[in-house]
Design a protein around this ligand. Structure first.
Ligand code: BTN
Length: 332
């Protein structure tokens, strides 16, 4: 879909986002186009996986109301003292990846630390280890936050686990979801993934560094989009049985992030270790850890150490593993 297509579709979407029936005549008048043009644009909404029912002599109705992300609404929902660390919030209708875009803006001096970039849709959303991140329009949360670290790489140790804690705690306290963590930073509910974190860096590894913290949370996934997801997944809507406000959820994540980053710069991961271990969904369970190469380890998951490395009990010893993918070992 081209940028021009978007520019034509967004005003229409704004009018029908409430999920009510809107007559073609009224929409045509309000958009200043012909009824045939309205009809054409409605058909084009299918490209965004948005279902619209066309009712003879009555009009058009979006199958599910759509809540657009609006910076002013997010800022309004933030506690005043926590709005400060992230003074700029921008929402793009579509982008390749919020992380890539923010990294690029940081590099070219177009985004200052504290910049938050959200998108309604990502056409090339990225997950850990080069995997794609399925990002349909208007359904989920795709958020990247820019942070600056003066002191270089070692001070970042465990940051992605801390962001996992923020997301899991937000889903628990704000939405009553039994969210837990799968090392290093998958957010899971009963073994199904509901969110993930991708942290990317730019700059001198000795410091200063631009740190882009990318957060993806499934809120109301479309069936069609999930064809592309290989692992078991869930979303906020399935877990709560209701639709939640994406603006409120964004605000709660941003507030949690602001508090956690402030604490993290004082304590490092050490200060979050206990909290991470309390949320550990795999504690005491037999797991396989497949390394970045073809290596693989088997053992019992025993939480994490003070650097955020996974503690794996293999026979007599407990090994600290700093990279890899955890899967539950079958045949328990
Ligand atoms: C994972 O594989 O678990 C990490 C997923 C991270 C997805 C988020 S969505 C916002 C940001 N932009 C991206 O392209 N990826 C991250």
């Amino acid at each position: 879909m081209t940028v021009d297509d978007y520019s034509a579709l967004l005003p229409l979407l704004n009018l029908i986002a409430d999920g009510e029936v809107h007559s073609g005549v009224d929409l045509a008048r309000r958009l200043g186009v012909s009824r045939a043009a309205v009809c054409k644009r409605v058909k084009k909404l299918a490209d965004l996986e948005l279902r619209v029912t066309a009712m003879r002599a009555r009009g058009y109705q979006l199958a599910r109301p759509l809540e657009f992300l609006v910076p002013a609404r997010i800022i309004e929902a933030l506690p005043a003292n926590l709005a400060k660390p992230f003074p700029t919030i921008e929402v793009l209708p579509t982008v390749g990846s919020t992380n890539s875009e923010l990294l690029q803006r940081a590099r070219s001096g177009q985004a200052a630390p504290g910049f938050i970039l959200l998108a309604e849709q990502q056409t090339a959303g990225r997950g850990r280890r080069g995997r794609p991140w399925v990002s349909p329009f208007g359904r989920n949360l795709y958020l990247s936050a820019l942070w600056r670290l003066e002191s270089g790489l070692p001070a970042l140790e465990g940051l992605s686990l801390v962001v996992g804690v923020v997301v899991a705690e937000t889903l628990r306290s704000g939405f009553g979801i039994a969210a837990g963590l799968k090392w290093p930073n998958d957010i899971v509910v009963n073994g199904r993934k509901i969110g993930g974190i991708l942290i990317e860096l730019d700059g001198d590894l000795a410091g200063p560094l631009s740190v882009v913290i990318g957060i993806g949370i499934n809120i109301d996934m479309t069936e069609a989009a999930t064809q592309g997801i290989e692992q078991a997944w869930t979303d906020v809507r399935s877990e709560t049985g209701t639709s939640v406000s994406r603006n409120d959820l964004s605000a709660q994540v941003i507030a949690g992030l602001a508090q956690a980053l402030e604490r993290f710069s004082v304590t490092g991961f050490k200060g979050f270790r206990q909290q991470w271990c309390r949320l550990d969904a795999f504690h005491g369970l037999p797991v396989n850890v497949s390394g970045p190469g073809s290596s693989s380890l088997t053992g019992i998951a025993r939480g994490v150490d003070e650097t955020g490395a996974l503690l794996l009990e293999t026979g007599e010893a407990v090994q600290a593993v700093s990279a890899g993918d955890v899967t539950l070992r079958s045949g328990r």
